[in-house]
Design a protein around this ligand. Structure first.
Ligand code: SF4
Ligand code: SF4
Length: 255
């Protein structure tokens, strides 16, 4: 469920880019309400807001900050990254924050927003990739704000896979889920859900990609992210009989 924030009386502050970057939430895109595609706008509340703000992290800093907050006892719970992110958002946006759509169950498609921002190109293994960070970034928050913020221009970079001749990710998948060049999602999920699967807490295809490798997450973060998604998959498999790309794809946004 999306988090409702009461409207505040005091004027909005400047966009808190520096604070976000220091917190490890170092990618942001601002979409002005009046410029959003109609189909996307139709999915959003009609309440008092001016901008849609997409936040992501790239590289290892977010995990370092979350680990420090855990050690200090200021965040905890089943998903400390989400808890930390929500704390940062509430602290940094204060008066101009209208609603946190994500983390939340009813957020619009994050990959589609990543494409609008120019961040997201599809890697063969169904994770977003861009030329700077490779696959080592993930969506962390989606907000409605009333800050009068200037929109950010979309990032304009080539799709890294277009220039990748060897495509080492395809051969690195031990399940053969990428032999056709596109992910066979059911094959991947079945393999991950096997007892003692080599893909329980990582994706070997992702690890094999050379793009943005300098931004790779720490091992503990990778294990946390994939362990979390594996728990989700186990619960989903217990309750479903057929693969649902949208449900599972949304989980992959968090890794
Ligand atoms: S290894 Fe090549 S084809 Fe595979 S995700 Fe990376 S850039 Fe794309
Ligand atoms: S998680 Fe494992 S099975 Fe799935 S695409 Fe990655 S390497 Fe292949």
């Amino acid at each position: 469920m999306a988090t409702e924030i009461a409207a505040a009386a005091h004027p909005p502050e400047p966009f808190p880019a520096a604070g976000l970057a220091a917190a490890g939430l170092n990618r942001h895109a601002i979409f002005r309400r009046s410029e959003l595609p109609a189909a996307l706008l139709a999915q959003l509340p009609a309440s008092d807001w001016q901008e849609l703000v997409l936040l992501a992290h790239a590289g290892p800093l977010l995990w370092q900050q979350v680990s420090a907050a855990q050690q200090a006892g200021t965040v905890g719970g089943d998903d400390p990254i989400d808890a930390y992110t929500v704390d940062c958002v509430k602290r940094l946006f204060s008066g101009c924050l209208r609603q946190i759509l994500y983390p939340g169950a009813q957020a619009p498609g994050l990959q589609a927003l990543g494409q609008l921002a120019g961040w997201h190109r599809a890697a063969p293994f169904m994770v977003g990739i861009d030329a700077e960070y490779g696959t080592w970034f993930a969506y962390r928050a989606l907000l409605l704000t009333a800050g009068g913020f200037l929109p950010t221009p979309p990032v304009d970079r080539e799709h890294p896979c277009a220039a990748c001749r060897e495509r080492p990710c395809l051969d690195a998948c031990p399940a053969g889920a990428l032999t056709s060049g596109e992910l066979q999602l059911a094959t991947c999920l079945d393999y991950r859900l096997q007892a003692d699967s080599p893909c329980a807490v990582t994706c070997h295809a992702r690890e094999a990609c050379p793009v943005g490798r300098q931004h790779r997450y720490p091992q503990a973060q990778i294990a946390h992210a994939y362990g979390h998604s594996l728990n989700f998959l186990r619960a989903w498999r217990r309750s479903a009989t057929t693969a649902q790309d949208g449900v599972v794809g949304n989980q992959r946004n968090k890794t």
